[in-house]
Design a protein around this ligand. Structure first.
Ligand SMILES: [Zn+2]
Length: 284
């Protein structure tokens, strides 16, 4: 699948340690002045225009998969189009900003380098001038999960409609093929088009938040129901209070733990005594 990211590129300088990393990919010893380096944001955990998002674990996996990967022009994997290479990548988590699902906003930021040669100079000029600022990644994931029912829609269909009632969470990246500079059509920068985009972006954003809220409320209800079975000594009100302070990630984990506890509790071979101890052992 391909994912685009606008305003992805910013300039950076190369430290001595980074030069060492870069030289691992080079046959000849490169010096700082031979290299043009830049930061590139490859993707984040926000719900995108296709109503899909990566989760934190996927971003982490992608950050490992993308090291050493080549940057090309317009997704054309010809040798002459291979212009840049990623030499380091990390996840940046915002301390203040949240994504539409209410989780901390996180993005995969990589560092890439290009050789300062005649062939690359026009592209370097375009990057410096802010003309080339959009990138697109091409990767594969093994799971695409519905945000409401958790079904892997790669394997089976569910009753929810992406973009209307749910969004899809991209999980377990298996491959990162390459990343690409995308030619941004000139009209996209025109003021009127830009304003139009901003308006739809706002409407999209409101819808994302609504979908995310529905999902959280589904998780909370599930947890209250499960808790009534697993730990009836804890009042529904207390469980609701606990859930109200949790974000989507924490709610998903808690629900999973409860489902696991439910399985353990109702294993037929367990004696009632063992059952009790399994309840005591389960704490939220
Ligand atoms: Zn579904």
């Amino acid at each position: 699948m391909k994912k685009n990211f606008d305003n992805a590129i910013s300039l950076c300088s190369v430290t001595e340690e980074e030069l060492e990393l870069i030289n691992k990919y080079s046959l000849t010893e490169l010096k700082a002045e031979d290299i043009f380096a830049f930061n590139v944001v490859l993707c984040d955990n926000e719900i995108d225009r296709d109503f899909e998002c990566f989760d934190m674990a996927s971003l982490k996996t992608l950050s490992e998969l993308y090291i050493g990967k080549t940057g090309i022009l317009n997704h054309e994997m010809k040798a002459e189009n291979q212009v840049a290479r990623i030499y380091s990548a990390e996840i940046e988590v915002s301390g203040t900003e949240k994504n539409s699902a209410g989780e901390a906003y996180a993005r995969l930021k990589a560092k890439a380098y290009m050789l300062k040669n005649d062939k690359n100079m026009p592209l370097i000029d375009e990057i410096c001038a802010g003309i080339k600022k959009e990138v697109s990644i091409n990767c594969a994931v093994s799971e695409i999960v519905c945000s409401i029912c958790g079904i892997n829609v790669k394997k089976e269909r569910c009753e929810h409609t992406k973009g209307k009632t749910c969004y899809h969470i991209l999980r377990n990246p298996t491959d990162a093929y390459e990343w690409s500079f995308v030619a941004v059509p000139a009209q996209k920068k025109a003021g009127t088009v830009k304003n139009f985009n901003e308006e739809t972006a706002e409407a999209d954003n409101a819808r994302y938040i609504e979908i995310a809220e529905k999902y959280k409320s589904f998780l909370r209800q599930e947890i209250v129901k499960l808790s009534a079975v697993i730990s009836p000594e804890i009042s529904a009100k207390s469980v609701e209070n606990i859930c109200s302070s949790l974000d989507v990630d924490a709610l998903e984990i808690l629900r999973k733990d409860y489902l696991q506890a439910e399985k353990t509790k109702f294993r037929p071979q367990l004696s009632p005594k063992e059952n009790e101890s399994s309840i005591d052992g389960f704490k939220i």
